[in-house]
Design a protein around this ligand. Sequence first.
Ligand SMILES: Nc1ncnc2c1ncn2[C@@H]1O[C@H](COP(=O)(O)OP(=O)(O)OP(=O)(O)O)[C@@H](O)[C@H]1O
Ligand SMILES: [Zn+2]
Length: 598
Amino acid sequence: MFKSIKSKKHRMLAVGTLLIVMVLAVSLGIYKEYYREEVGELSYQSFLAKMEAGEVKEVYLSEGAELKGKLTSGAAFITDNPRTDSLKEMLLMKGVKVVEVNEQFSIGQLITFIVVMVGFFGFAIFMSKNNSRQASKEYDKMSSVDYATEKKSQINFRSVAGNEEAKGSLMEMVDFLKNPDKYSRYGAKMPRGVILYGPPGTGKTLMAKALASEAGVDFMAVSGSDFVQIYAGVGAARIRSLFKSAAEKGKCVIFIDEIDAIGKKRDRGGLGGSDESDRTLNALLTEMSGFKGNEGIVVLAATNRLDTLDEALLRPGRFDRQIEVGLPDVKARMEILSLYTQNRPIAEDLNIAALAQQTVYFSGAKLENLMNEAAIYAARENAEAITEKHVDRAFYTVVAGEEKKDRSNIPQIDRKITAYHEAGHAAITKLLCPKNRVTKVTIIPSTKGAGGFSMNIPPDKMYHTKRDMLNNIKIALAGRIAEEVTFGEDNITTGASNDIQRATEILSSMIKRFGMSNKLGMINYDILLGQQGVNQNLVEVINKEMERLYDETKAIIQENLPLVEAIAEGLLAKETLKEDEIDELCKNYKNEEAGIMH
Ligand SMILES: Nc1ncnc2c1ncn2[C@@H]1O[C@H](COP(=O)(O)OP(=O)(O)OP(=O)(O)O)[C@@H](O)[C@H]1O
Ligand SMILES: [Zn+2]
């Protein structure tokens, strides 16, 4: 039994030895109680003689084969047990104390039994203590989280192609990290948390690394899924341990990939919500609010979907900066491809610009993968350089699983429809509200879901006029209208669903809440009908008005089709148009119009 302990650790050995000594001491005590002096074995005759002489003090009477007792001298003795019925009476008559021992086994056996029992219990207690120590050690280990650190990585913002806006935002933080004192002197708080959101493989991790290495601080990377544990409290403990190690480093960048694993929207109804994920999220929120802004710890988190995150995460003092990291447009793809062809032998015939055009909807990771696969094919053939042929073959490997299409027109139809749709929004905005800024139009899908989007910033105003609202409806409708006018009624797409929602919202609040309809008057229909109320008359009025607005907008688009086409062509070529490029197109268009009129 104890042998197995020996083979364990030193401490176990020490405790085990101590235990044995204790057991021996105890049993020795018990032993002495019975055998204070050495035991003398007496023949039955001499026993009888001693009894006659009055030298026997006491006898333990039992059913056993031996008879034990004590002499008046204090010495213990053993003799044969005659097992006669008269023995007890005889002894009593001689004035010997008789103790009836109802033992089935000898005292020696008793002692052995006690030793074994004590030993066993001692061992059990020892093991359970040891186990709990082991368990707590294991818990300690479990509650700390492995993070990948990188101190002097070669990555900087130049390793990240495209994503200029996101890079710009992060570059501002480099100075915060480098000179936190400079900012704290003015009471300026450093942003604690930044969420990078966008499709997979767009360089979120890369940018977080670049931030850390440009600021010259440690980079600690973990994944949200590391905190999802089956054991209660472990996730929260890991969060605390992560921030503790970060605090020990002083300045650092903590990167939490897949933040949605811990920061999912909590179930307000309490149905199906798990306390455990709440606890982990709460621990994160506490830690984020806990460290003072100027301590030099920045937490970057990445997610593919911003809309699934709990609002509590996005509150001031937590992840209050959200930066979109989108799919690269053609220019960015060109830059990424250049980056990954830089140190590779590239054949003359490989046209990087054309390849950038053909890799619509590719993420940075996919482009890197494409060049890597091409390099593998070239290496296998022992080719001089990577040629068009290798890239072609790599293309199919990378898009494997997706339907095999001619690479040159993979999503050409989609792109074209999206381009005209977005051009419709942009053209109508500039035609109806020349003061509105259109800062960016793109046909690269964003995480917000739409095929593309237009950033339309109206000038600051206290009130919205009826005309503003009508114009906004027309801008929303213009996407679908441009699709219809260009590709025919049968080729319109589902891409307008958000636009239709928006147009309906504006129009219905104009009529139901703002009293802007001549036919329905100054009545708040929400109060009158309640939220669920459907009023046939109301629906008809809204529908008629929407139809009228649609026709009006359609007329404007048809009249200005060349502008729509110019913007759409620009989008097809560049995928993203910036504010100045859009303004330029509009200016050229107006000048031409003016030229025709004169
Ligand atoms: N804009 C880019 N410039 C250069 N390389 C890029 C870019 N985007 C992605 N890559 C390449 O793709 C790899 C994967 O990108 P990264 O891990 O940063 O993506 P991510 O956005 O964090 O993706 P995920 O959401 O899957 O975590 C990078 O290591 C890099 O090699
Ligand atoms: Zn639209």
